[in-house]
Design a protein around this ligand. Structure first.
Ligand SMILES: [Zn+2]
Length: 399
């Protein structure tokens, strides 16, 4: 039932250059209708742990002959960067899923792509082909993506998602800290691209790139994801309790849900250097010195928890600061989104519809109340754009 696929066939599916491994790690299905479950490992080339974990899960499914509803397909992300063991070649493949970059693919031939843009084109083609493949008696019921990453410093496992109701169902089943709002702070991620298309999309961070438990964490997340998304029954998974235990142990003491409140960006040549020994979720006080650059010390602008301190050369995110979210707010927001009260938002002072797009609202900075961002998050909107006039919010595609 499992196929080691040499190439997806056709333009854009196979290896991007001779000598590189295939885009598809492998797949497993039993001819039964159900969701299409995708994992991508190595979207950042120095983060191969997710690929090894996906190979373990495919072997586990095959060896136990487990009946699976739908299809599991494991993909490799940035083939050239994986071969070079670096985050990316020229452009970060997890920052170029922007409308401008995707338009760029349409407006030039493949030979004019940069190395990472070529990977973007191939992945996009692979997704499009996978979405159209028949699954059991019909088409795949839904698409669930687990994008597997690791961090430059030591870390407990955690996941990021756009706060849609369909994402919550799978994400909260994994039992690791959930980070909300990272997609507002980062532009052009694969996660954002898939979420905007209405799919279930979760980015899972399994620990340090070469951490002793990182592959185990990824493997545990894939097995639990397959159960939460409805492809497998819990009783069919060999050693599900052990996998749960791996993540439980690794996440002991970490917060359940946090929201990103600050992103510290960096630029090439600005001399950004994180102070030593910062770890994910470590509490930080407003005003505390956390990093340095050529102009001096960098202070935390707010109190919260530090996230993703950058201890590698590549990338333009220095660090993030998060605040804890109480589960009460998530329950309230689920009720609000189902209530239909969101239709009243355009009648609030300072809020206007954007002509021609029912998903967008503009908010006048001078007239809006201070808590407007939190209110819009509760109703399932994300901040989309900011200018001197105010903010633009976009409704997330809840199903
Ligand atoms: Zn990554």
């Amino acid at each position: 039932m499992r196929h080691e696929t040499a190439s997806l066939g056709g333009a854009g599916g196979g290896p991007s250059a001779p000598g590189l491994p295939s885009r598809e790690v492998g797949r497993y299905d039993c001819g039964l209708t159900g969701p299409l479950f995708l994992t991508v490992g190595g979207l950042h080339g120095n983060e191969p742990a997710g690929i090894t974990a996906s190979q373990r899960v495919l072997a586990g499914l095959e060896n136990a002959g487990i009946k699976l509803r739908g299809r599991y397909v494991a993909l490799r992300g940035n083939l050239a960067a994986l071969a070079a063991d670096q985050r990316f070649v020229e452009r970060d493949l997890n920052r170029i899923w922007t409308p401008a970059d995707l338009d760029g693919l349409q407006n030039r031939i493949a030979e004019e792509d940069g190395p990472d843009e070529g990977e973007l084109r191939e992945l996009l083609n692979a997704f499009q082909r996978l979405f159209l493949e028949p699954c059991g008696a019909g088409h795949c019921a839904e698409v669930v993506l687990l994008d597997l990453h690791s961090t430059s410093g030591p870390s407990t496992p955690f996941l990021c998602m756009a706060d849609t109701l369909q994402n919550r169902r799978v994400a909260f089943a994994l039992g690791v800290p959930v980070i909300l709002g990272l997609e507002e702070a980062l532009e052009g991620t694969l996660l954002d691209f898939m979420s905007e298309a209405g799919h279930v999309a979760i980015a899972f961070e399994g620990g340090a790139h070469d951490g002793p438990d990182t592959i185990d964490s990824h493997e545990a997340a894939i097995w639990q994801g397959l159960v939460a998304a409805g492809l497998l029954d819990a009783r069919d998974v060999p050693e599900l309790e052990r996998h749960r235990g791996v993540l439980e142990h690794a996440c002991h003491g970490a917060p359940a849900i946090v929201e990103v409140r600050h992103r510290q960006g960096t630029r090439p040549g600005d001399g950004f250097r994180m102070d030593p020994d910062w770890a994910n979720f470590q509490p930080v006080e407003r005003g505390q010195v956390v990093a340095q650059n050529l102009t001096g010390e960098i202070h935390a602008p707010i109190t919260g928890r530090l996230l993703l301190p950058r201890y590698q050369d590549q990338g333009d995110d220095g660090f993030f600061i998060t605040r804890d979210v109480r589960p009460f707010w998530l329950r309230l927001s689920a009720k609000l989104r189902r209530s239909g009260l969101g239709a009243l938002l355009p009648y609030l002072p300072g809020v206007k519809r954007v002509a021609g797009d029912p998903r967008r609202l503009r908010i006048d900075r001078r007239k809006a109340r201070f808590a407007v961002r939190q209110l819009f998050h509760l109703f399932g909107f994300r901040r989309f754009r900011e200018d001197e006039w105010g903010y633009e919010f976009l409704r997330r595609p809840d199903r």
